[in-house]
Design a protein around this ligand. Sequence first.
Ligand SMILES: NC(=O)NCCC(=O)O
Length: 368
Amino acid sequence: MADAAIKSLDETLEKYIPAQELAEVNRILYGRRPKPLDVPVAALRLAEVGGFELRAFTIGAAPEQLRPPRLVRVGLMQNRIVEPTTAPVAQQVSALHKRLASMVETAALCGVNIVCFQEAWTMPFAFCTRERLPWTEFAESAEDGPTTLFCQERDEVHRDTIWNTAVVISNSGAVLGKTRKNHIPRVGDFNESTYYMEGNTGHRVFQTQFGRIAINICYGRHHPLNWLMYAENGAEIVFNPSATIGGLSEPLWAIEARNAAIANHYFTCAINRVGTECFPNAFTSGDGKEAHCEFGHFYGSSYVAAPDGSRTPGLGRMNDGLLIAELDLNLNRQVSDHWGFRMTGRYEMYAEELARSVKHDFKPDIHK
Ligand SMILES: NC(=O)NCCC(=O)O
């Protein structure tokens, strides 16, 4: 079966697993199921006219005596590029701005407090090509570039260094700050190290009116310690804007962000782009095979995972989509009090052992 032929894993399970067994299969696979959340008819209409999927869920927590629920609505957006990769740069960017604006409008109608876009959302994922022009022209200033939302950032203070940066903008419109991609892939056609540097902003957490959020950009999701450090800095929701293809990472996708939510007692929001992007010049994958113009299929499947291991169904693998989730942040502490992973973790011991293991003269502690 072709890489992109399944529309959504959840749909396939629903279609083929007998109804009397489906609930138990879902319980074993996903834990408790989030409840569907009602959205205004006007939002459904906008999604229909705009041709994107709109799904909404609520992940609640047990009522407490001393704390009221801390409800926050997040909106995850996945989309394909709008213009062909050969269109003028400004035209490609403004078409994506326009496309995402209609999805943001829909999210606003649904009472969403925090939205997050996919990685490098203002451009095609051109890093497979290793060509500089025109792709580096998509890099703009995080402070005053036309997008300011997210893309590679051109750091003019540091002589035009390029980073992969997420910009966090508060609900008042002020730039709260920026955070850079810590881990740059060196796998398959993800030739991103040709374009930008490893981030140097650490594991910043941003205090918003709706909770403390952090952004772990794409490949950082393979690094458990990266996720851990956002928790250490107090994150309550960690977004993982991504761009990844079926042939490389799809079996890992449903596990990694969900596991991070479990291990760190916070919510995670995994967002992936959709579609197959075709580039004007063929590139090779350095594997002796034919040069090609397509990167592979970006499979979407964006989802939200909760600290108790539950998760929303994913958006489709083939279509643009907006996934809304209402989260009760009280769940973080409830799960932490129940499982106690932070309390039972032996961080001091790990820190000491890691400090030793990164030294050039380290000898593994193997007893024969
Ligand atoms: N954008 C990005 O870092 N992709 C790397 C591939 C992956 O992590 O699945």
